[in-house]
Design a protein around this ligand. Structure first.
Ligand SMILES: CC(C)(COP(=O)(O)OP(=O)(O)OC[C@H]1O[C@@H](n2cnc3c(N)ncnc32)[C@H](O)[C@@H]1OP(=O)(O)O)[C@@H](O)C(=O)NCCC(=O)NCCS
Length: 116
């Protein structure tokens, strides 16, 4: 059963500009320290940041308009196969959030599906 679904696309350049302009303040506002460490260990960190930004927006859409979620409530990490795994830090939330990511030099896209 699907309880909610969301999708989002982000321009990698927009995220790169935000990082350039606001630096650590922007990164620490939007991303968890694990996400920042993950993106930074790759050759093109902006793509991984953009994909995670898109994933957070996709999760918001999947929850619907009344969700009160802040950026760092959601953390997108990866399992040992590289698959993205969504951690939602609200303890009362017992469902699963399935995420898929893709990114190129210019765009990052993410989908989110909430299942029981
Ligand atoms: C998983 C795979 C498809 C990723 O494709 P890609 O074109 O290199 O990269 P994309 O930009 O589309 O996607 C990157 C994202 O895929 C996700 N990903 C990585 N490994 C994954 C896996 N095993 N399963 C699902 N998602 C995966 C990650 O979220 C990654 O982004 P992140 O590092 O920022 O978290 C590729 O690395 C792979 O392993 N291919 C195997 C090819 C194969 O077996 N093909 C057989 C025919 S179907």
């Amino acid at each position: 059963m699907i309880l909610g679904t969301g999708i989002d696309v982000v321009e990698v350049g927009r995220i790169a500009k935000a990082i350039e302009r606001w630096g650590e303040q922007f990164l620490n506002h939007v991303f968890t320290k694990e996400e920042i460490a993950y993106a930074r260990k790759h050759r093109y960190p902006h793509q991984h940041f953009a994909a995670r930004f898109a994933a957070k927006e996709a999760v918001l859409k999947a929850f619907g308009d009344n969700a009160h979620i802040s950026w760092k409530d959601i953390s997108i990490m990866n399992d040992k196969y590289g698959r993205p795994v969504c951690h939602y830090r609200k303890k009362t939330f017992k469902n699963k959030i399935l995420i898929s990511l893709s990114h190129t030099q210019n765009y990052a896209v993410a989908s989110a599906i909430i299942t029981p």
